[in-house]
Design a protein around this ligand. Sequence first.
Ligand SMILES: [Zn+2]
Ligand SMILES: [Zn+2]
Length: 270
Amino acid sequence: MKAIVYDFTIPKYITAKALGKHFPSLYYGKPSALSLRDVEEPELPNDNWVKIKPILSGVCGSDMGAIFYKTSPSLTPFNSFPSVLGHEVVGLVTEVGGDVRKVEVGQRITIDPYINCEVRGRKTLCPACRQGMHSLCRYKAGSAKLGPGMILGFCKDLPGGWGESLVIHESMAIPISDTVSDKVAAMSEPLSVGLHAVLRQPPKNGEHVLVIGGGMIAYSVIAAIRLLEIDCHITQLSLLSYQKEMGLKLGVNEGLISREDLGALDRSMP
Ligand SMILES: [Zn+2]
Ligand SMILES: [Zn+2]
């Protein structure tokens, strides 16, 4: 199958850091870590796994961080390469193992991309997985059956959504209703990040919330507050006018993008 493969190496990292400003192809051209390749189509490892054909797969900030070498190489113990990127996926189930009960062939699903103890086939769950906090699984640095990797797309043994096919443990599959479009479904993983943050400490009605940033997670926090119908005042601090526009569309009351905006707010505060 065809797939976009990311292959991090220290020499590529050093060369791009030194010369990437002048030769951007060091980030995404021939000499970069990224390439479209023919790779082997993954097989179901056992009867609890599901094969997926991706329909859409998002580009996460962490993918951009990897491609532009903004992610520190010190994190490599928790990733393994070469890997097929892509963890914001909506796709169709094309094959199910004999014991799979959650989804069936032809069903549209999105994916919880965390590679936890259950996915790793560990009989004894780590303390984090036992408490249901599987994103904090202790086995990010690898286990007997699968190499290092916190999420799908950053593990050499589990290709992500930037290829023609991928396999997931059935616990990672999240069925999608027909009323949700592919584009919206592909955003469920980043939305879940903002939703989780808001649910950890939901603002109360009437409170004033400051959201700093103009990236996907800032918008998923704003969207989550409004989806939960919390009637609080949201101020967003970002850098560019399109970021402000996007925030206002999602329900921000006040968008600040310049020092003047910030100064005016400062002066208006009690
Ligand atoms: Zn992501
Ligand atoms: Zn675990």
